[in-house]
Ligand binder design. Sequence first.
Ligand code: UT7
Length: 323
Amino acid sequence: MLRSVVRGVGSYLPAEVVTNADLAEVVDTSDEWIVERSGIRERRRAAPGEFTSDLAVAAARAALENAGLGPDDIDLVVVATATPDHTFPATATEVQAKLGITRGFAYDMQAVCSGFVFALATVDAQLKVGLAKRALVIGAETFSRILDWSDRGTCVLFGDGAGAVVLEAEWSTGTYDDRGLLAAYLRADGRHWDKLYVDGGPSTTQTAGHLRMEGKEVFKHAVHNLCEVIDVLFGQTGLGPADIDWFVPHQANRRIIDATGKKLGIDPAKVVVTVDRHGNTSAASIPLALDHAVRDGRIKKGDLVMLEAMGGGFTWGAVLMRW
Ligand code: UT7
């Protein structure tokens, strides 16, 4: 069977660092509160004139370099984002053009914080049926542009960034020992759409709007939902927490990450955490964490890696891959 194998990974963070102390000058908050409730110490903010597509391109270039490939080797570009450059066309088409790719196809994936997981699973299916051979799967966000900077309940939590992987279809014997994306499980429950949403859009207000979140409600559902999809993958594959080499969760809140890992029985030493240095970067958070753990030598070829995310919609899902 065909499997989607990661050929390279890369990421990009904008230069401007915004610390908790910086935010305490803008809203009534403190470094202690933010660290205790979320684990976040700092986040990045894109420069004026620096757009989601620019962040995506920088991450994509790093992933291509890591893979030893060039733009001509890519025939599918997918950008998971909730903060596109424009209402349309897809930011992925702008990224495709900036990278100089003229063949294949490109589209955006909109599943908010679950976007990268949804994109991996979708691209995997497309590679398997032969729609493309080699894909750039990118998570890129400029959430600083949709934050209400007077709402301390949300503005301290999110940041800007991008991460990318190059996925390539490769023939495999089809066992769980082979490299590549082994299993994925995706969910959505739209009854909760207004617990985490942006109060604007082309069809409603004709404005971009601002992020609104019932943080406690999101928190309540997160651990339960994330454990549910991971348990499904364990059931499907016969693999378990002890088989996992690295758990790379969506980086939204340290407490959600810790509670999920604990409930699943995953050794804390196997959990990759980067939320402290870039906050919640939505669809970019998993590839940012992946890139970090690959470059510091933790994730190596052949390692079993579990990814999970939950976000607005609600959407949630998990992907199991052998690196
Ligand atoms: O990617 C998926 C998207 N989002 C998430 O995963 C976020 C999920 N939710 C969370 O991470 C947490 O619910 C938060 C970090 C957002 C909040 O933590 P919490 O422990 O649920 O706090 P809370 O909302 O219950 O607020 C506790 C108190 C409140 O004050 P009172 O009513 O107890 O007087 C808030 O007004 O903390 C107050 N508060 C703050 N205080 C200082 C809320 N935001 C802040 C702040 N600084 N930035």
